[in-house]
Design a protein around this ligand. Structure first.
Ligand SMILES: NC(=O)c1ccc[n+]([C@@H]2O[C@H](COP(=O)([O-])OP(=O)(O)OC[C@H]3O[C@@H](n4cnc5c(N)ncnc54)[C@H](O)[C@@H]3O)[C@@H](O)[C@H]2O)c1
Ligand SMILES: O=C(O)C(=O)C[C@@H](O)[C@H](O)[C@H](O)COP(=O)(O)O
Ligand SMILES: [Zn+2]
Length: 369
């Protein structure tokens, strides 16, 4: 088992990574579980696959896991999903010092974390991420949110968990499409700041997606360490350091909005496409070489992630996609900074991007091939 500490004044916590942690969840949580009944928020798929293992672990330690089970998918990260969660937690009599368990992927983690942030002005929560994407990214760092009509994650809070338990064995039941989504956020750490890790991803992406134990453990621990370093430097995304974790997301969130946050395009797939677009736009501006942009596209394509927005068959132009971006949380005094590239492993925040140029570029990309 590997452990990574997230060092934040007054809000520090550990991320434990290993295989089989769920069966020991109660003992690993130690004093964080204070009451006989422990609220666990999850979705139907995760409950069916792993709810029993968690319930048994809690029962061995004298706790009853009481489940709130949402439908799977982005629809749970909504006002309706939030209100259902908060009302249920209130009925259970959850107190500020209690910890609510989020058992699931990024949707359940973001929703439960936000419910914990606002319930009685702030309760504790434990992240038990069961997707690769949630283990390498969403369970760590304290961004919690729901989606609203105007866009992705627009209502939320920074609220750090008390503990993260990333059990690699839970990935055994995860569909391959979701494994590829996790890979998108993993290779993101290489593209934005670690060229050697990008090389490693290029060589080991397929092994990781095939759940080869060594590759998976290396990918998850390296990713978590990378994220923790950035979060410790800029917890609330104020200095620009954390904004680099948004590489591919300005484009990606616009694509998710245009596809109605549906199964047509999952978050990791949108981020993969967004990173290709960021690389190609950087090349168009002469910031990065065409070779580097092509290498990023090839690494994404090689594992079966989408790399061409033209193939999505969207009925819109670049201007429509650019309009979605105007709600982006990075907007600052009317301008939208973009995360662009000078090279693989060398991302930076460009505050001088012209939105008309972005729209024209996207129209070209929508028509390409
Ligand atoms: N807070 C952050 O920093 C952050 C970072 C990245 C992504 N996100 C958010 O995370 C969300 C995406 O998360 P996700 O990719 O984990 O998707 P998800 O939570 O929708 O899970 C994907 C699918 O896998 C199923 N599933 C989960 N674990 C499983 C398991 N072990 N076995 C079988 N099925 C399982 C789920 O039921 C769901 O159908 C997006 O809303 C995104 O905005 C947040
Ligand atoms: O932790 C961060 O910071 C990230 O940007 C991680 C992203 O992968 C994640 O999708 C995040 O939710 C996007 O941030 P947002 O502020 O644009 O919602
Ligand atoms: Zn993301």
């Amino acid at each position: 088992m590997a452990g990574v500490n997230v060092d934040l004044a007054g809000r520090s916590y550990g991320v434990l990574i290993g295989s089989g942690l769920l069966a020991d969840a109660a003992s690993l949580s130690g004093g964080l579980l204070r009451k006989p009944v422990v609220p666990v928020v999850t979705d139907t798929n995760v409950h069916a696959a792993w709810g029993g293992v968690l319930a048994e672990s809690f029962a061995k330690a004298g706790h009853e896991a009481r489940f709130l089970i949402h439908d799977p998918g982005e629809s749970a990260k909504s006002w309706a999903g939030l209100s259902r969660t908060v009302e249920w937690l209130l009925e259970l009599g959850v107190e500020r010092g209690d910890n609510i368990v989020a058992l699931g992927g990024g949707v359940i983690g973001d929703l439960t974390g936000f419910a914990a942030a606002i319930l009685k002005r702030g309760c504790g929560f434990i992240q038990i991420p069961t997707t690769l994407l949630a283990q390498v990214d969403s369970s760590v760092g304290g961004k919690t949110a729901i989606n609203v009509a105007a866009g992705k994650n627009l209502v939320g809070a920074f609220h750090q968990p008390s503990l993260v338990l990333a059990d690699l064995a839970t990935l055994g039941t995860l569909p391959d499409r979701e494994m590829r989504c996790g890979y998108a956020e993993i290779i993101k750490y290489g593209i934005l700041g670690d060229a050697a890790f990008f090389d490693w991803c290029e060589a080991n992406g397929s092994a990781m997606i095939a759940r080869e134990a060594d590759a998976l453990e290396y990918a998850v621990t390296t990713s978590v360490r990378a994220k923790v370093r950035i979060v410790a430097e800029d917890e609330r995304e104020t200095s620009g350091a954390r904004a680099l974790l948004n590489l591919g997301h300005t484009f990606g969130h616009a694509l998710e909005a245009e596809t109605d946050y549906s199964e047509k395009l999952l978050h990791g797939e949108a981020v993969a496409l967004g990173m290709v677009l960021a690389a190609r736009y950087s090349a168009r501006r002469g910031l990065v070489s065409l070779d580097d942009a092509a290498r990023i596209t090839a690494a994404i394509d090689a594992v079966g992630l989408p790399s061409e927005i033209a193939a999505l068959g969207l009925d819109c132009d670049g201007q429509t996609l650019a309009a979605h971006m105007l709600h982006d949380k990075k907007m600052d005094a009317g301008t939208l900074p973009f995360i662009l590239l000078r090279g693989i492993g060398d991302a930076f925040l460009d505050r001088e991007v012209d939105m008309a140029d972005i729209a024209a570029f996207l129209t070209e990309q929508l028509q390409a091939h």
